[in-house]
Design a protein around this ligand. Structure first.
Ligand code: SF4
Length: 308
């Protein structure tokens, strides 16, 4: 059985930075440090940081006074940051700089007096954070059909921003629908969304041309991992999202000659290795890596951690 690894796959620069922030905070301040929400959507990452002394909480009131507090890569609403200040919690912000860029874009459009539309999934922490970083009402839409439901006159000056982990294709269809309905619509270049999301999605599309089945390693609640699976499926290849090697159903492998293997932006490479090992227990595997786009993006760490 052949296994082709997608390039790129797995950790993006935003996830690497968020994990480093927790690790450096532990090193500098000692355990425990408190992280609001899963630092990134991956159980394996969360468990390994827990073992080092990170404590994960849903709300700030679970954090004792004065304890080091870290905001996750998804970003948080302004109200959460304000609450941390008012409680006197010393906080480090692990929000991915590309998510922070979306917050800034939204605020800039608001300053221009535009109604703001956010294209994203209701309830996702990144969306909650973005809604809470742009002053005033933000219209959250998830589908093309939602565009018709917007209770706004068609000549309203409108601007859109998007969740970073959506598929470019989905976003494009919604943006086209916005532009068809409204006469004055502006938004950032969609190619600008997130390099990691685009590269991983592009790699899956390419992979799908050459494989019989796709396995995506990633957590169920990881938006970008779910999109990778959907893209595989849309490309006509049976595709499965698996948290780790234990979730592979051997039945899937029947009649499969070549498997494409990739991982969401929050899934560590060790999980890919474990999947290969599990496949190798069942079949002789021949592993190769597709040629793909190289990534060499690094985001700067907060100065207070680097100086220590
Ligand atoms: S997927 Fe993109 S936006 Fe999300 S953390 Fe990674 S680099 Fe940042």
């Amino acid at each position: 059985m052949k296994v082709i690894l997608a390039t790129p796959r797995g950790f993006c620069a935003g996830v690497i930075r968020a994990i480093e922030i927790v690790e450096l905070a532990l090193k500098k301040h000692g355990a425990p440090v408190y992280v609001r929400h899963e630092i990134v959507h991956n159980r394996h990452v969360v468990e390994s940081l827990k073992a080092k002394g990170a404590r994960f909480v849903g709300t700030l009131d679970e954090i004792p006074a004065g304890a080091i507090t870290i905001f996750s890569a998804h970003g948080v609403a302004q109200a959460v940051e304000d609450e941390a200040r008012s409680r006197g919690l010393p906080f480090l912000d692990a929000t991915c700089p590309l998510v922070a860029k979306v917050h800034n874009q939204g605020r800039r459009y608001r300053a221009q007096g535009r109604e703001i539309v956010l294209i994203g999934h209701a309830g996702h922490p990144e969306v909650e954070g973005t809604l809470g970083r742009i002053e005033g009402k933000v219209h959250l839409i998830q589908t093309v059909a939602d565009v018709a439901k917007l209770a706004l006159p068609d000549d309203t000056p409108l601007a859109y921003v998007t969740q970073t982990t959506l598929s470019l294709d989905d976003t494009r269809a919604i943006i086209t629908a916005l532009e068809r309905r409204f006469s004055d619509v502006v938004g950032p270049d969609t190619r600008d969304i997130c390099y990691a999301t685009q590269n991983r999605q592009g790699a899956v599309r390419e992979l799908a041309q050459n494989v019989d089945m796709i396995l995506v390693v990633g957590s169920n609640n990881s938006s970008n991992s779910n999109r990778l699976r959907e893209i595989g499926e849309e490309s006509g290849v049976p595709s499965y999202l698996i948290a780790d090697e234990t979730k592979i159903d051997p039945v899937w492998l029947r009649g499969v000659g070549t498997i494409g293997l990739t991982a969401g932006a929050s899934a560590p490479e060790v999980l890919i290795e474990r999947v290969i090992d599990r496949l190798a227990e069942w079949h002789a595997v021949d592993v190769s890596t597709m040629a793909g786009r190289e990534e060499n993006i690094h985001f700067r760490l907060p100065a207070e951690l680097v100086e220590s």
